[in-house]
Design a protein around this ligand. Structure first.
Ligand code: BES
Ligand code: ZN
Ligand code: ZN
Length: 501
């Protein structure tokens, strides 16, 4: 856990044990020259020489620590490289996220209580920069240590102070703390394995949050799903000994006539593939298959804190996809809540089944203006876009463009994949209205899955986010580390906060 706050004290007057200095690749500091001059004058007159000797070049992600005594206290200068800074604003902010993450890695390693960093003057507005860096600090401080016997009693605790006089920064940091904590909460759920984080357990986390914020919440299982005609959700739920749960949380804006945004998140707490059993290599990591549900619940936590003038609904179908004598078979035909029949050609394409009923449920009950679903839906997505971009699929060009822009600004990047009628034919079934698995002749598994979902959208503007490549085990981005990343939370939060009808 890290606690981020603002300080208006001069940089060196903060009684910290760690001082972060951002260094560009010309070995000057981002704050101008002052901080480096101060260190040179007081402690290390040959600082540049030392940098060169240790091959510290100010490249992004590089760091170098020097220690000194100051008023009988041992203090540490953490120099972190930011590389070149004359790039586009979103890239600069991303560089700073990574530089700060490296400083926090050093903080953890050296067990420093308090880091001080000056908030650089940058192309990005101070509010945005302070918020983005606060979120990144939380993300960088996260680790899932609760299953390590030696660490579980003493997880990392530290603070970070941003030196700035900017008035907008205090609320930015406060918002960033809320968003960062919610992201890490969702990551902790996703990192928790399926034997512990069952659908019931995840639904209890959602209920606890709803109670904390006084949000209306509805949680039901098999019986109610039968009553509602959720044949697609029930088909996936059928194979497991764990009861499936359908969770709905509602945030109501104070403003009358506020628009409504609905979020649907795939909550498969473990995806074995079902009767179409996955090979064991592909099954590893399938505890993360509830990352979409975790994301939308975390967003509700943030929204309940930040109270935007938009109604927000989240629906998260939670199931475990297992093979058993009660499991759905290949060739089965089931009927979704909107009456459409689905031929189950592959029980491993279960995410789209539970989301089909979630989309129907949400639209029928809440008539949202916008509906966005988020899911670790297709392995093909990770092949198409890799780990750094989630896919967005939508018939709504404007929505795609907005999501892409917000993705770039928040570091939670998305890339649009095409959506048109040619792909729709891939989901044809000989016997039912649609098949749950796109014909292999069409390839493009991520797009055909998106097209499948569109069958369950009626009037709302809609976009589908595939986070299969971005939700966990992302290499090279130091502030997301190992395991779950919280993909989509920054994106959806900012989308809601910025939404104007
Ligand atoms: N949960 C998987 C998708 C996935 C794969 C997420 C790898 C993260 C990493 C999903 O339920 C699935 O199995 N999809 C199938 C669909 C196919 C059977 C049409 C896939 O991607 O192979
Ligand atoms: Zn699957
Ligand atoms: Zn799945």
């Amino acid at each position: 856990m890290i606690n981020v706050s603002q300080t208006q004290q001069p940089f060196w007057n903060n009684q910290a044990d760690g001082y972060v200095i951002f260094i560009k690749d010309d070995l000057t500091s981002l704050d101008g020259q002052n901080l480096l001059n101060d260190i040179e004058q007081k402690h290390y007159p040959h600082l540049k020489k030392i940098f060169t000797h240790h091959q510290f070049k100010g490249n992004c992600g590089q760091s170098f620590v020097l220690s000194a005594m100051d008023n009988d206290q041992l203090i540490h200068f953490i120099f972190v490289g930011v590389g070149k800074v004359n790039r586009s604003s979103t890239q600069e902010v991303e560089m700073l996220r990574r530089a700060l993450a490296e400083a926090i890695r050093q903080q953890k390693k050296l067990t420093l209580k308090t880091l001080v960093a000056s908030l650089p003057e940058f192309t990005a507005a101070p509010y945005d920069l302070a918020k983005q860096l606060t979120i990144a600090a939380h993300m960088a401080s996260y680790e899932c240590s609760k299953f390590k016997s030696d660490k579980k009693e003493a997880p990392f605790e530290g603070s970070l102070l941003f030196v700035t006089d900017e008035k907008t920064c205090a609320p930015a940091i406060a918002d960033g703390n809320i968003i960062g904590q919610a992201i890490n909460m969702a990551r902790d759920w996703a990192d928790t394995p399926g034997n512990i984080l069952t659908p019931t357990e995840l639904s209890l986390h959602a209920a606890t949050l709803a109670q904390k914020h006084n949000l209306k919440h509805t949680i039901f299982g098999r019986d109610k799903a039968i009553e509602l005609g959720m044949g697609a959700f029930l088909a996936v739920d059928a194979g497991s000994d764990q009861d499936g749960k359908f969770v709905v949380l509602e945030y109501k804006a104070q403003e009358k006539d506020a628009p409504t945004i609905a979020l649907c998140g795939k909550g498969v707490t473990f995806d074995s593939g079902g009767i179409s059993l996955k090979p064991s290599n592909s099954m590893t990591g399938m505890k993360f298959d509830m990352s979409g549900a975790a994301a939308v619940i975390a967003v509700m936590d943030i929204i309940a804190h930040l109270k935007p003038a938009v109604n927000v609904i989240c629906a998260a179908p939670m199931v475990e996809n297992m093979p058993s004598g009660k499991a759905a078979r290949q060739d089965d035909v089931v009927t979704a809540m909107n009456g459409k029949t689905i031929e189950i050609k592959n029980t491993d394409a279960e995410g789209r089944l539970i989301l089909a009923d979630a989309l129907c449920y949400v639209e029928k009950n809440y008539h949202p203006d916008i509906m966005i679903d988020i899911a670790t839906l297709t392995g093909a997505c990770a092949y198409a876009l890799g780990h750094f971009y989630s896919a967005v699929i939508t018939p709504d060009k404007e929505l795609a463009t907005t999501l892409e822009a917000i993705g770039a600004a928040t570091g939670d990047r998305v890339w649009e994949l095409p959506f048109d009628d040619d792909f729709k034919a891939s989901n044809k079934s000989d016997i039912a209205d649609v098949s749950n698995s796109g014909s292999p002749a069409y390839l493009a598994g991520t797009i055909t899955a998106g097209c499948f979902l569109h069958n369950f959208v009626d009037k709302a503007r809609w976009a589908h986010l595939d986070i299969a490549g971005t939700a966990h085990d992302v290499p090279a981005i130091n502030y997301v580390g190992k395991g779950s990343t919280g993909a989509g939370i920054r994106l959806l939060t900012e989308f809601i906060l910025a939404y104007k009808k």
